[in-house]
Design a binder for this molecule. Structure first.
Ligand code: PEP
Ligand code: CO
Length: 450
């Protein structure tokens, strides 16, 4: 139990749910050894900076935009795919910052979101029962037994792809691509015809006016880092503990342990048992942490978890990501907020409006309705307002591509259209247009006058 000393492998004496059964004789040990000798993907100072920024979101001085794929796909670790995702995140954050007048902390579900919890160990694919797809770092989604057999060497592949992704993210965000002067270039021509496209054009004009004004009074936009560089932090669900342990390193400056696979790690709704291995592992690393909270929560357990994961009640350490669904949030969120506020827990409250709003359509596809996603966020804001707590951010599944996975939005996608470009290996994501549209709705909610 937690009174025992934490080590990066102490989770091994706890029950770990959702772990793959690696075949006997596979390269597990060798892979872990190799991973543990490879360079960290992030460094402790960056995690501390993110934690300090998240502390501002606890107080409502900043807004957290955490978003990206449900499950990253090895085959989409390409320059254009990464650029398109970054572009939509930049567009959304500029909308939130300019129209919503709030500092935006950008965290991608990127560079490591390769392992997925599943409700069942097997699934039926075209009439055959196969081991479930558990994310590219475990097995392949292809429909045959060999592809579905977990292979630990995929963790190494995941590490290299995460490193390559992060490398490009760092050069895009620091090397000029993210410069505010390119705000128009991030815009996609296809958005033009849509209401969100017109609003975006108006916003671009206002930003240009502001930049021109700054230049006119003598500021040099070229040499203003805030206009030319952004930081996109990385995050993923810390599910695959063999991988997370191998990437955990001691920071020589602070003497603390950090899971250097990403800046922020979260615990999923299915693996947040108080006496489980995931909680044991994450309590000992100093990264900022997230924890999903769904309708099955028990209030005393959530309090005990907050205490275990953040014993010093350090603001910015813990983000509670609620995911109840548009129909259920009214019955589940108020009590949670009341009790946590009463006990004085300092957490960032973030809304995941995706995972409680998934349905299966008549064609057998998993989808989500744009209107449900928006309704859950609106309710989230209203409930926070009523409880006197701070709505600190959102957690979204989206992509920079023109996929057709969620219905609704200004293009009014219907279930019957989803086959046109349904790509996801896992949950349905908002496409680029739907994401920018959602950002405008969000900006209205978080504007200080609201
Ligand atoms: C996810 O974020 O992809 C996920 C599986 O969420 P949850 O743990 O909330 O179900
Ligand atoms: Co998902």
């Amino acid at each position: 139990m937690p009174s025992q000393k934490w080590t990066k492998s102490s989770w091994r004496s706890f029950r770990a749910l959702q772990q793959p059964v690696w075949p006997a004789g596979s390269a597990l040990e060798e892979t872990q050894k190799t991973l543990s000798q490879l360079p960290p993907l992030v460094f402790a100072g960056e995690c501390q900076t993110l934690k300090a920024q998240l502390a501002d979101a606890v107080e409502g001085r900043a807004f957290v935009l955490q978003c990206g794929d449900c499950a990253e796909d090895f085959s989409r670790c390409t320059g254009p795919d990464i650029r398109e995702l970054l572009k939509v995140i930049l567009q959304m954050s500029v909308v939130l910052a300019f129209a919503g007048e709030k500092r935006v902390i950008k965290i991608g579900r990127i560079a490591g979101q390769y392992a997925k919890p599943r409700s069942s160990d097997t699934e039926m694919v075209n009439g055959t029962e196969l081991p479930s797809y558990r994310g590219d770092m475990v097995n392949s989604p292809d429909a045959n037994l060999e592809a579905r057999t977990p292979d630990p060497r995929r963790m190494l592949e995941g590490y290299y792809r995460a490193a390559a992704t992060l490398n490009l993210v760092r050069s895009f965000t620091l090397g000029g691509y993210a410069s505010l002067e390119r705000v128009q270039a991030w815009h996609r021509a296809s958005l033009d015809a849509l209401p969100a496209g017109q609003k975006y054009e108006d916003l671009v004009r206002q930003i240009w006016k502001t930049i021109n004004f700054m230049t006119a009074i003598g500021l040099d936009p070229q040499h203003t880092p805030q206009l030319n560089q952004v930081t996109l932090y990385t995050s993923h669900e810390a599910l695959l503990l063999d991988y997370e342990e191998a990437l955990t390193r001691m920071d020589s400056t602070s003497g603390g342990w950090y899971d250097c696979s990403a800046h922020m790690l979260w615990i999923g709704d299915r693996t947040r048992q108080l006496d489980g291995a995931h909680v044991e592992f994450l309590r000992g690393v100093r990264n900022p942490l997230g924890m999903k909270v769904g309708p099955s929560y028990d209030i005393d357990t959530v309090k005990a978890l907050a205490q275990r994961l953040n014993p010093d009640n350090e603001p910015g350490r813990l983000t509670l990501i609620t995911r109840f669904g548009a129909d259920k949030i009214d019955s589940y969120l108020p009590k949670l907020l009341k009790e946590m506020k009463q006990e004085g827990f300092k957490v960032v409250w973030s809304c995941d409006p995706m995972h409680g709003n998934t349905y299966q359509n008549e064609y057998g596809q998993k989808s989500r309705k744009f209107e449900d996603i928006l309704r859950e966020i609106k309710n989230f804001y209203q409930i926070h307002k009523a409880e006197g707590t701070v709505a600190g951010g959102v957690h979204l599944e989206l992509t920079g591509d023109h996929v057709t996975e969620c219905t609704g939005g200004s293009r009014q996608l219907l279930d019957k259209h989803l086959h046109l470009n349904y790509q996801t290996n896992c949950d349905p994501r908002l496409n680029a247009e739907q994401s920018v549209e959602l950002a405008f709705e969000l900006a209205e909610m978080l504007h200080p006058c609201k």
